[in-house]
Design a binder for this molecule. Sequence first.
Ligand SMILES: Cc1cc2nc3c(=O)[nH]c(=O)nc-3n(C[C@H](O)[C@H](O)[C@H](O)COP(=O)(O)OP(=O)(O)OC[C@H]3O[C@@H](n4cnc5c(N)ncnc54)[C@H](O)[C@@H]3O)c2cc1C
Length: 295
Amino acid sequence: VDCLRGEDLSRFTTIKIGGKADYLLFPSSYGEVKEAILFSKEKDLPLFLLGGGSNTIPGDIGGVVVGLSKLRGMKVISEGDTFYVEVLAGTPLKEVISLSIKENLEGIYKLAGFPATVGGAVAMNAGAFGVEFSNFLKEVLYVSWSGELVRARAEELVFSYRSSPFPKEGIVLSCTLELRKARENVLEDFKKIRRVRKDSQPINQPTSGSTFKNPNGNYAGRLLELVGMKGCRVGNVAFSEKHANFMVNLGGGTFEQVKALVEEAKRRVFEEFGIVLEEEVRLVESCGSDGWKVL
Ligand SMILES: Cc1cc2nc3c(=O)[nH]c(=O)nc-3n(C[C@H](O)[C@H](O)[C@H](O)COP(=O)(O)OP(=O)(O)OC[C@H]3O[C@@H](n4cnc5c(N)ncnc54)[C@H](O)[C@@H]3O)c2cc1C
């Protein structure tokens, strides 16, 4: 497996912030994914996964980071009005969406406009405009933390709002999507969604999307706006003027500044409304929230 040491992770995140990784591996097959798991076991180090880095902000990682960008490609089988798309985890979601527009397929095009990989979209159960990635899933092929290859039907896996069994259960290697031809023309709706995003989100600045999940019956962006977080800045990181729940890197922002800004936002919202905001973005440190130590 290709292995880099002491690599700066800011290159691999969409907000362009990140510390250094002790080891950074890019497996390109099941065998190499398994090798990466064994490597972290041998070294007794935690292992972290990185897809498109569009929902992850890492600090210094005293462990093994496994990037999935080399696991790329898809296979399409059409049966009547149904398209079965088998797609590797590191493939940009955008490629699936392009196919769905070309073939006029239902629903999945609503997930246009964010730089996810397919594996990251499974793990986060990414969603927008009333659809979630799991709505289209037929099957997931993953490597368990003991290195076995597991094929699971979507019904066997529990998905909910921005939540899935991954990476807790293992590393997603590929998935099969079941997509149907739409009756109406999807192109107009697709364009509208692109426009709405462009108008309401800072998509031309380095960002990692929504910082917090929406609390039950409320919007994180609205609460943040009410406590004056819109435009609020710590060092070179700020909540966007365009969307209060999106953090942006104004240039040279750091992980420490991100953490300070996140804490300030949580404090204000708790003090004002008694609501504890939960991070959607994964802030990763050595043995932090997203580290599964492989035993
Ligand atoms: C401008 C912008 C807009 C956004 N809008 C939305 C939106 O509307 N809706 C939405 O849901 N999200 C949105 N996001 C957030 C983000 O794009 C999604 O969460 C996306 O699914 C993350 O994919 P990724 O490949 O970048 O994952 P990463 O950030 O690389 O990883 C995220 C998590 O997934 C895990 N993971 C990644 N790959 C795998 C794998 N192969 N196997 C197991 N676990 C894995 C990682 O461990 C990590 O916990 C937005 C982001 C940006 C920058």
